[in-house]
Design a protein around this ligand. Structure first.
Ligand SMILES: C=C1C[C@]23C[C@@]1(O)CC[C@H]2[C@@]12CCC[C@@](C)(C(=O)O1)[C@H]2[C@@H]3C(=O)O
Ligand SMILES: O=C(O)CCC(=O)C(=O)O
Ligand SMILES: [Fe+2]
Length: 349
């Protein structure tokens, strides 16, 4: 995703500086009122036969398309194994991410996202929609982080750039493969979309959730859905925190199965493309008193000038009701930046 084009989607909705700059977590001893949420219901749901953990999909399984389609329909989230990305690469990215977040606040501020920008250091874009701030800081990268890295480490930026670029390349290939499986499940007829009708783009978000003195009254990320087609998330083995809102079950923790499993979740644009068959998953992040959690989220979707039209498979062609109107990615992101969740009602027939 060329930075300028995603920025186009955001430029009409600039954020104010106070909604971009995270507090200095390193110097803080207690949770300030600005970050103090009403008590978070953070009792962890344990997984059992009645309440299974999210599906784990082996990408080499012969019925991978069926498994993935089913998981997208019923959960909106699943874990993948045998994805071909090496454990060493996750370690390297995590190491570089921690190296960045460990910098003093006055260093990190040098690469702060601009008010209408897409890349750089800052809070989550959803911040202005909540009356309390989140216990979170992020760093968004699209393609090369060179300009930012040079400001941080004038003589020692190569490793950071190489690792982040390499990770994005691997994530892009994997995302494309996942999209192939998913679109294959949706079985569009020949005259409709196929994966080749899209040009794709991605963004890497390094997320940091510092240790929190009062985790019962703080949120790492407030409830949200991701906007693009899909998000691939890497969370390390010992630092859970991600929860999804599951019908009839409430907030349910996604326990990492193993260090090399990646979490994949459905985003809004896939929700629209699938005509609501694959709902985007509502999720949030809890924080921990003693563990500084870092996660790596890779967002993947069509270029901002692409048009998203709900797919109706040939077998359903007559009889199926289109739920959403056609929408350009850029328009969708602009509407979401203004209205957050209400955006769905604005594009629904
Ligand atoms: C490509 C993107 C998805 C994202 C906005 C962004 O430009 C980069 C950051 C992403 C993120 C991460 C935290 C949650 C989220 C909702 C947010 O505020 O920023 C997502 C955005 C999204 O999916 O819309
Ligand atoms: O850190 C996590 O577990 C989730 C991150 C997330 O939801 C996001 O970056 O959009
Ligand atoms: Fe998210």
């Amino acid at each position: 995703m060329a930075t300028s084009t995603l920025e186009e989607a955001y430029k009409e909705n600039p954020l104010s500086l106070q909604h971009i700059l995270p507090i200095d977590f390193q110097s803080i001893q207690e949770v300030p009122n600005s970050h103090l949420w009403p008590k978070i219901n953070n009792v962890l749901t344990s997984h059992n036969d009645k309440n299974p953990n999210v599906p784990i999909i082996d990408l080499l399984a012969p019925n991978v398309v069926e498994l993935m389609g089913h998981a997208c329909k019923t959960w909106g989230i699943f874990q993948v194994v045998n994805h071909g990305v090496s454990l060493e690469l996750f370690d390297e990215v995590e190491y570089q991410a921690r190296r960045f977040f460990a910098l003093p606040a006055e260093q990190k501020v040098k690469v702060m996202r601009s008010t209408s920008g897409a890349t750089g250091y800052g809070t989550a874009r959803i911040t202005p929609f909540f009356s309390k701030f989140m216990w979170h800081e992020g760093f968004t990268i699209m393609d090369s982080p060179l300009d930012h890295a040079k400001k941080l480490w004038p003589h020692d930026y190569h490793k950071f750039c190489d690792v982040m670029e390499n990770y994005q390349k691997k994530m892009k290939v994997l995302s494309f493969q996942l999209c192939l499986f998913i679109l294959n499940y949706l079985q569009p007829s020949q005259d409709q979309h196929s994966i080749n009708s899209f040009e794709f783009a991605g963004a890497l978000q390094l997320n940091s959730y510092p240790c929190c003195p009062n985790p019962n009254h703080a949120l790492g990320l407030a409830p949200h859905t991701d906007s693009l087609f899909l998000t691939i998330l890497h969370q390390t083995n010992n630092t859970k925190g991600l929860q999804i809102l599951k019908k009839d079950q409430g907030w349910t923790s996604i326990a990492p199965v193993s260090n090399d499993a990646l979490i994949v979740n459905v985003g809004d644009l896939l929700h629209i493309l699938s005509n609501g068959e694959f709902p985007s998953v509502y999720h949030r992040v809890l924080v921990d008193q003693t563990k500084h959690r870092v996660s790596l989220a890779y967002f993947f979707g069509p270029q901002v000038d692409s048009m998203i039209s709900p797919l109706v498979s040939s077998k359903d062609n007559d009889g199926v009701v289109l739920k959403y109107r056609n929408v350009k990615v850029k328009e969708y992101l602009g509407l979401k930046a203004k209205h957050l969740e209400k955006v769905f009602s604005m594009i629904r027939f």
